[in-house]
Design a protein around this ligand. Structure first.
Ligand code: AMP
Length: 285
């Protein structure tokens, strides 16, 4: 694996490679890698000639300074894992590489996506996400961008940015990888103690409960039961929302409609998000 710290060096390298016909896959991350990240690398490797991963803890997407300061870092094991899994290139830029002094901040038109769910609870978060992804795409000039469904709203935001700015990249969204007990893999899980980790799996239980009962119980009663379940496990719940595929909240359910359950809740000091497609329009009987 080749490690690039300076984006300009990677730009030169890619320009040279682009002289022959190659396909480049890209997996942007904030490091503290786990099997979820690796599944994206594996998918990229299976579909491209070159797979690039970036590790960059992007300050502009953190609305909470303590979340930024406490974000887990494990560069050495990250590099080992990437090498072990055959990643070709790792980009590890500094903040000033990504945002040099002359960096022109732009405002991304995200519409309602910015005011609901994560957008509502983390002001400015998605502007920061777009800022960094736009910049990284400029550097890596990839054919396919791999994202995780774990960050469902982020996938929608990035899709919109790519479409609006006519960035010539295909986006592939990969399923959420979970621990054996169902807890969605996340770098932030490292900050949970054993009791919190055990309780955190109730997020998955709540999602499964929603899936099992979506056509059986009223949405209000369902959501109330889920709030209660998470609260008894020590969670402070930001939201439990039932939405359509585009994340618009719904108040009636139809079997021929894709329905998504979205959850964000904090346990101890750690805020976790998860989601599940609880009815798939394409698979409805
Ligand atoms: P992060 O390092 O958390 O910014 O994540 C980098 C990429 O990995 C994003 O596209 C995430 O959606 C994806 N990702 C994070 N957790 C998982 C997971 N458990 N399964 C699959 N993809 C994930």
């Amino acid at each position: 694996m080749i490690l690039f710290k300076r984006p300009d060096d990677l730009v030169d390298f890619i320009q040279k490679k682009r002289k022959s016909l190659i396909k480049i896959g890209f997996v942007p991350t904030m490091g503290a890698l786990h099997q979820g990240h690796i599944s994206l690398i594996e998918k990229s490797k299976s579909e491209n000639d070159i797979t690039i991963c970036s590790i960059f803890i992007n300050p502009t997407q953190f609305n909470n300074p303590s979340d930024f300061e406490k974000y887990p870092v494990s560069i050495e094991t990250d590099i080992e894992q990437l090498e072990l899994n055959g990643c070709d290139i790792l980009l590890m830029p500094s903040v000033t590489d990504i945002y040099p002094e002359n960096f022109q901040k732009s405002n991304f038109e995200l519409g309602y996506l910015e005011t609901i769910l994560e957008g509502k609870h983390r002001t400015g978060h998605f502007q920061g996400v777009c800022m960094v992804v736009n910049r990284l795409l400029e550097i890596v000039n990839c054919d396919i961008l791999y994202l995780g469904q774990k960050d469902y709203q982020q996938c929608m935001v990035i899709k919109k940015m790519v479409l609006d700015l006519k960035i010539p990249v295909k986006i592939e969204i990969m399923p959420t990888l979970r621990e054996a007990n169902g807890l969605a893999m996340s770098s932030r899980n490292q900050r949970l103690n054993e009791t919190e980790k055990a309780n955190a799996l109730s997020i998955y239980e709540v999602l499964k409960f929603l899936k099992a009962n979506i056509f059986e119980i009223s949405l209000t009663a369902l959501k109330e039961a889920c709030f209660l379940k998470l609260a008894t496990k020590g969670f402070k719940v930001d939201y439990i929302e039932i939405t359509d595929e585009l994340l618009n909240p719904i108040d009636t359910t139809q079997r021929n409609q894709t329905i998504v359950a979205m959850v964000a809740a904090t346990i101890g000091e750690v805020r976790l998000i998860d989601n599940m497609i609880i009815n798939n329009a394409n698979n409805s009987e």
